[in-house]
Write a protein that binds this ligand. Structure first.
Ligand code: ACM
Length: 265
């Protein structure tokens, strides 16, 4: 597929304000023409939790909830596959999750495997592993959330599982991820999409500045587009997926050439 359309929504979710955030997302996405839409981590509810009861007030069931219904409808309306972050309530557990939904209503939830900083105080440790799903066109999408970038094993695992696009919803507070995803794309020879948020949140002892810079990088490590550090906007680019292959040249398939027996486990 030569002209696969990707949209990345960057905004500043309001803390604990699910209704307002969904309304803002609907406004921003009005008339959007894309195959894939990626939103930030915890896009429905914000990030700076200082008490468990705050998180409980916005944690939702993965598929039967206000947010899930909203994104099911948006996916069908736009005829786009969508990846969005939310706080997932499952029994007595709460996960920092992102859900991938297709226009036909099928969906998959990825629970963040590498919790960052104070997230460890509020969210349960996930064990869902690393997931590759198919979008509405059968394109293989590897799912990641934010701090997963710090562990190159994540992108490599997703690529080995066949991901053509690494899809990352993020609330980045450190400055290095956007640069690192260039290398993740290059070394795995796949496209990467990073949807980060902007703005600041302060709550009790917790204070965060989010670094924006949402971007799309192709499988040669070229940035096809990037938003600024503070704008609320949608980045739209087309990528050529025919170039996504582990075959580097006549002699080298970067996955076949791995010397896995010698790598440290
Ligand atoms: C992060 O994982 N939200 C930095």
């Amino acid at each position: 597929m030569e002209n696969y359309k990707i949209a990345v929504l960057q905004f500043a979710p309001e803390f604990l304000q699910i209704d307002k955030n969904l309304k803002r997302i609907a406004e921003m996405c009005s008339g959007l023409d894309t195959d894939l839409l990626v939103l930030p981590e915890l896009a429905t509810c914000g990030y700076a939790f200082a008490q468990k009861k705050e998180l409980l007030s916005v944690a939702e069931d993965g598929v039967n909830s206000k947010s899930a219904n909203f994104f099911d409808k948006l996916s069908a309306e736009l005829n786009a596959s969508i990846f969005y972050g939310f706080a997932e309530l499952d029994g007595d557990k709460i996960y920092n999750s992102s859900r991938f939904v297709n226009p036909d209503g099928s969906s998959t939830i990825y629970r963040k495997m590498h919790l960052f900083g104070a997230e460890k105080l509020w969210f349960n440790q996930a064990d869902s592993g690393f997931l590759v799903v198919e979008d509405k066109l059968g394109v293989k999408i590897g799912l990641m959330i934010c701090f997963d970038w710090y562990f190159p094993e994540v992108a490599r695992t997703l690529a080995l599982k066949g991901a053509q696009i690494l899809c990352q919803s993020a609330n980045l507070v450190m400055p290095w991820c956007q640069q690192s995803m260039i290398t993740r794309s290059l070394e795995n020879r796949c496209v990467s999409v990073t949807a980060n948020r902007v703005g600041d949140e302060q709550n009790g002892e917790f204070s965060y500045h989010f670094t924006g810079g949402s971007q799309v990088v192709n499988c040669l490590g070229e940035r096809l587009g990037q938003l600024s550090e503070d704008e609320e906007n949608i980045l739209q680019v087309s990528v050529d997926l025919t170039k996504v292959t582990p075959q580097l040249n006549k002699y080298n398939d970067i996955f076949e050439d791995r010397r896995a027996d010698f790598y440290f486990r």
